[in-house]
Design a protein. Structure first.
Length: 383
């Protein structure tokens, strides 16, 4: 940061719009810090639950706004947009940074109502709309494309975490209004390699929200199949069900899986780095809808091999047979084969982990993301 840059932007106001405080706290604090580093006044408008202090520690102010992300009721969304427009007017926002699909739709409408045309639309994956491939999902994606583009202005910019998602909106990923970042980035000094545990068994972990769209059930099925074939493998599941998500796995199902040999559901964890110290391999057999999964960034930074699926975001980070294995989505046989193969090749597990760490240091750190976002903020505020 230079004095000229910070003085030029000092007092300019950036407002983030995001539905959940926990989501901002887990993924977007580096962007808030980046904005503060170049002198911006930062506010985060969100549904406040238990992460207010964490967000405020980044230098951002928190403004509560209730907006249930599971609800698709247009009246509810319209009311939230009206409330948000009042906040934006009161803040005299110069730039509105809308995060995730619902944040974009509500934030875009609110910004239009408030007369603010500098907007950043950050699509962090399509969630279950991206994971589903049926006719209804295709129609929904087409509607999203039309809505998001209808909410664009001449000074709107788009922020993505992979090169596939812009195309879902009919945008060129190399276009001048598109910025692609390495997901949320990861602090490579906090998430760093540790010696691999002894083998056997091969210890595999999934760290994610417990959603069907994340393919948690596929990891369970593959573990069962690998063990039936004599492989010494254990699966640990870390994460909580998400009651606001229609694809949440019932807690009874998670408990039933955890009662099976070789499978343990631990619930949520606040120490992800400790998880990777105790495991050899990270797994995320996603069915789609990802941006760039933070769980994979953290595992890679810790020097762990990865087994994931050939879907947007996951394949952005992991190259097949380099940092790990990339298998077809919903292919339990391929997932099982990957698990068995890694139990038979501990040297390969180690080599893939080294490659994963190097991959993170080549553009996927928090500082990489912060510098990219700083350039974006400077450019849009100069326009």
């Amino acid at each position: 940061m230079t004095l000229s840059t910070s003085s030029t932007l000092s007092g300019r106001k950036l407002v983030f719009v995001v539905t959940e405080d926990w989501f901002f706290a887990s993924h977007f604090l580096p962007m808030a810090r980046a904005a503060r580093e170049i002198g911006l006044d930062v506010a985060v408008v969100t549904r406040v639950r238990s992460h207010r202090e964490i967000i405020e520690a980044s230098g951002a102010r928190v403004i509560p706004l209730e907006a249930e992300r599971r609800s698709l009721n247009p009246l509810t969304a319209g009311y939230a947009a009206g409330q948000l427009a009042s906040v934006l007017r009161a803040e005299k926002a110069d730039l509105v940074h809308c995060i995730a699909l619902r944040g974009i739709l509500i934030g875009g409408v609110a910004a239009a109502m408030a007369g603010i045309d500098r907007r950043i639309y950050a699509l962090t994956g399509l969630g279950f709309l991206g994971a589903r491939q049926d006719h209804v999902a295709r129609l929904a994606r087409r509607a999203v494309r039309l809505l998001v583009r209808a909410l664009a202005t001449g000074r709107t910019r788009y922020l993505f975490e992979n090169e596939d998602d812009p195309q879902l909106l009919g945008l060129d990923p190399t276009g001048p209004k598109i910025t692609i970042v390495g997901g949320a980035g990861v602090d490579a000094d906090v998430f760093k390699p540790a010696p691999l545990p002894a083998v056997p068994p091969l210890r595999i972990a999934v760290v994610a929200r417990m959603l069907w769209s994340k393919g948690i059930d596929l990891a369970v099925e593959a573990t069962r199949a690998a063990r039936l074939k004599g492989a010494s493998v254990e699966l640990s599941l870390y994460g909580a069900p998400d009651p606001s998500n229609p694809k949440a796995i019932p807690e009874e199902t998670l408990q039933a899986w955890s009662a099976e040999p070789g499978i343990t559901w631990h619930g949520a964890t606040s120490d992800v780095a400790a998880v990777w110290r105790d495991h050899h391999v990270a797994c995320l057999p996603s069915r789609g809808g990802e941006g760039l999964p933070r769980t994979l960034l953290e595992a890679a930074a810790c020097g762990r091999a990865i087994v994931t699926t050939d879907v947007p975001g996951c394949r952005t980070l992991v190259r097949d047979q380099v940092e790990g294995f990339v298998v077809r989505p919903d292919d339990v046989d391929a997932l099982t084969a990957a698990f068995i193969g890694l139990t038979e090749a501990p040297d390969l597990v180690a080599r893939m982990g080294v490659a994963a760490r190097a991959r993170i240091l080549d553009g996927f750190t928090e500082r990489d993301v912060m510098e990219t976002v700083k350039r974006l903020y400077r450019d849009i505020l100069a326009a």
